[in-house]
Design a protein around this ligand. Sequence first.
Ligand code: PGA
Length: 253
Amino acid sequence: MMRTPIMAGNWKMHKTAREAVDFVTNLQKELGDWKETEAVVAPPFMALAPVAECLKGGTIALAAQNCFWEEQGAYTGEVSAPMLRDVGCRYVIIGHSERRAYFGETDETVNKKVKAVLSSGLQPIICVGESLEERERGDTVQIVERQVKEGLKGLDETAVPSIVIAYEPLWAIGTGKTATPEQAQEVHASIRGLLSSIFNPEGAQDIRIQYGGSVKPGNVDELMAQPDIDGALVGGASLDVESFARIVRFEKK
Ligand code: PGA
């Protein structure tokens, strides 16, 4: 199966609802009916409903940046996967390194959230990645494989078509330091190898693995030229229409 490249803009805690709507209005104008790549935007929670309204009938998909694993209940401040589905999301980013670092998320909570997302009929974008210290110690592959394995624990092959993995080395996020295409490819290949053993080789070929960490219009083409890089999770460069559109329409090498 061909893996359609997936470019997702993780806006983090940026843009008001009005700014978000203006942004996607302009992005839609810029991209027209572009379909070669799947474009996804992940605005903050309070902008999801108005942005969903704006995206209706178009080709850009909507993602949330997080969710809780219970469906409803006394969980002040949380939003559930069924609520996100109801508002029009297709994807939910799970276990972003900022959530792991500042909000106590662990492989175990990531796994619970992944299951909740899948059982609501949504698709998780599961984030993994090593710190600089772990890379320097030579532990990158081991760390990333543990995060993938634990994040996917208990899932079976029915999950394969829905899963997206995002490899984001922590030292490359927001730092302007991108992993070289070769460094990224090495980790992506090891993730794909692991996916073959978790699911099966055919399934592993179908799962899209994004790279994230200082992806910009100037480096996306080289990254996308690697055989196991199937898209990007973009922070900073996704906040500007022109630069995100250029990433969505990367040039094939
Ligand atoms: P960045 O963020 O593109 O600003 O490095 C990527 C991410 O955290 O998803």
